[in-house]
Design a protein around this ligand. Structure first.
Ligand code: HEC
Ligand code: HEC
Length: 239
């Protein structure tokens, strides 16, 4: 209930004009980005640090372009989670970019994750897929796009460290079933739908077993990706 009230409060505060139109109480709230994103941090943690709920992702430090693409996707219904779809409805692109830049610039310490027991075989299979891909299915190694240290790649590819196994499985499943879509060509749709369920579980277990480092998104603008991704446009006639 607290969260729902927060959401309603925020949608009011975010609808820029109306805060000023209705003076009184709203006038006493400082009009800063910190104040405006307060209902976001109810679910995403102080400074977008993440929270215990494994399905609520950390936002801090992810590439601004990636966060922006997600906000647009939630607003336009290409990525579905009802409270966020509702919260972002009608917000203009420029405002979504400001929120994305706000969270991208923050760097609070990662949450300490409880150790989860995984079978060594599963972790080993996951490591092989992440670092070598599955050539027989034409799935490129995840590190070719997400970075050798899995810290992501500017502007549109997120890091894969610090993601809980259930979150990774849920996102890959969402892509597979079309509930999450990225800008076309949607390279992750190909990757996710080419993985079998045990392969998804192995990748998720391996990623969750990695220590969360301070690896930052790479900046290599000319870098050629193994598949074309609409969220990571490439210049000079490359895919
Ligand atoms: C009611 C809880 C809730 C609120 C409030 C909320 N979010 Fe979210 N947010 C989520 C959940 C859950 C997801 C993951 C949804 C999914 O499964 O795809 C998410 C996903 C995201 C993502 C994608 C992150 C990624 O790594 O892919 C971004 C960006 C985001 N939220 C930003 C915001 C912003 C900005 C606000 C405030 C305007 C906000 N959220 C408010 C729960 C919430
Ligand atoms: C060809 C490049 C490419 C390859 C290869 C690739 N990814 Fe991605 N991945 C992306 C892009 C681009 C995004 C962001 C898509 C968007 O805008 O939503 C992404 C997003 C993700 C996300 C969402 C993260 C979040 O915070 O919600 C996960 C999980 C993910 N990839 C896992 C993987 C795994 C596991 C592999 C290897 C099996 C892999 N990716 C291989 C390009 C790639």
């Amino acid at each position: 209930m607290k969260i729902i009230l927060g959401v309603i409060g925020l949608s009011g505060a975010l609808a820029t004009g109306c805060v000023h139109a209705q003076a009184t109480a709203a006038d006493r709230i400082p009009d800063t980005m910190e104040a405006r994103v307060q209902a976001c941090t109810g679910c995403h943690g102080a400074q977008g640090r993440g929270v215990e709920n494994v399905y609520f992702p950390r936002l801090a430090g992810k590439p601004a372009g990636y966060l922006y693409n997600q906000l647009v996707a939630f607003r336009d219904g290409r990525r579905k989670y009802v409270p966020m779809n509702y919260l972002l409805a009608y917000l203009p692109d420029a405002y979504l970019m400001r929120m994305a830049e706000h969270f991208a610039a923050l760097n609070p310490p990662p949450l300490v994750q409880p150790a989860v027991k995984r079978s060594p075989d599963q972790v080993r299979d996951g490591q092989r897929i992440v670092t070598q891909g599955i050539p027989a299915k034409k799935i490129p190694a995840c590190i070719t796009c997400h970075g050798a240290e899995l810290g992501g790649r500017e502007p549109g590819i997120p890091g894969l460290l610090g993601l809980r196994a259930d979150y990774v499985s849920a996102q890959l499943g969402a892509w597979r079933f079309g509930v999450r879509t990225a800008l076309a060509p949607d390279c992750m749709q190909f990757v996710a739908s080419s993985l079998s369920e045990p392969e998804v579980a192995a990748v998720a277990a391996y990623l969750a077993s990695l220590p969360v480092t301070t690896a930052r998104p790479l900046r290599q603008p000319g870098m050629r990706l193994p598949l074309a991704c609409g969220s990571q446009p490439q210049k000079g006639g490359q895919p």
